[in-house]
Write a protein of this length. Structure first.
Length: 256
């Protein structure tokens, strides 16, 4: 159920349409994902839907707008889920939250680490976590879950950093070891963590998890804040990715 003001809302859904953070891959399609996902989505919760429109020419200005909007929404002390967009939109959201909640931890549910080196100083979708480590996060505050692929520059980075990485075959280990304590948790869900047969509509369909495993992780993390990103509807003519994305979004909303 939609409401018109933050004061009425049980939850705020922040729409973050963007594809400017994707620069190494011609398989885009994330720009209209929030709109497409919400077309046939319903929830019992009273939600305020807010939107940050991307700057047409600048990824940096888009990120500035997202951060400013997130900071404003945080003033209402209402649970929030962000809906992308490419994974770069997570950076300004998480950065704003980290400033308000210095003890916040992040669970990065993704087939990729997103620890690559920056190109031309752009915080693109594949460098986000490396940048978060420069903006208030320590290595023991970030948990990577569902990883299937590590690039060479990321492997080089890991030689000097002790990161908490759980490959797609190590979910049971994550279940045993993850403990947020009393700390708030941000759960970032990249749809590419799912196997291709479940979510073909994404730029890098390298995942190996099924929807039930993703649901279990959402339940385990019990996040305070969350996002869902990298859905690319034009890359899936059967709309399977949209369907599973709506289910995951509903689960996230039920848990924050």
């Amino acid at each position: 159920m939609k409401v018109n003001s933050p004061e009425e809302a049980e939850l705020i859904l922040q729409k973050l349409p963007s594809d400017m953070g994707i620069h190494r891959n011609p398989r885009k399609g994330t720009l209209n994902a929030p709109e497409k996902i919400l077309e046939n989505f319903s929830t019992e919760r009273e939600i305020l839907i807010d939107e940050v429109f991307p700057d047409e020419f600048s990824l940096e200005k888009t990120h500035e707008k997202i951060r400013e909007n997130t900071e404003q929404l945080l003033e209402y002390d209402t649970p929030m889920v962000s809906l992308g967009g490419d994974h770069s939109v997570s950076f300004p959201v998480i950065s704003a939250l980290k400033e308000k909640f210095p003890d916040m931890k992040v669970v990065w549910l993704d087939a990729h680490l997103d620890l690559k080196e920056k190109v031309d100083d752009h915080i693109s979708h594949d460098v986000v976590v490396r940048e978060l480590l420069k903006h208030g996060f320590s290595e023991d505050e970030i948990f990577f879950v569902g990883i299937t692929r590590i690039d060479e520059d990321e492997q080089n980075f890991l030689e000097n950093h002790d990161m908490k990485i759980y490959r797609s075959s190590e979910l049971e280990k994550f279940r045993r070891e993850f403990d947020s304590g009393e700390h708030p948790v941000y759960l970032s869900v990249d749809i590419d963590v799912l196997e291709r047969s479940e979510a073909p509509g994404t730029g890098y369909p390298d995942g190996d998890l099924d929807p039930e495993e993703v649901q279990e992780i959402i339940e385990l993390c019990s996040p305070s804040f969350a996002d869902l990103v990298e859905v690319a509807p034009p890359l899936d003519k059967e709309d399977k990715t949209l369907e599973v994305s709506r289910k995951i979004l509903g689960e996230l909303m039920d848990r924050v």
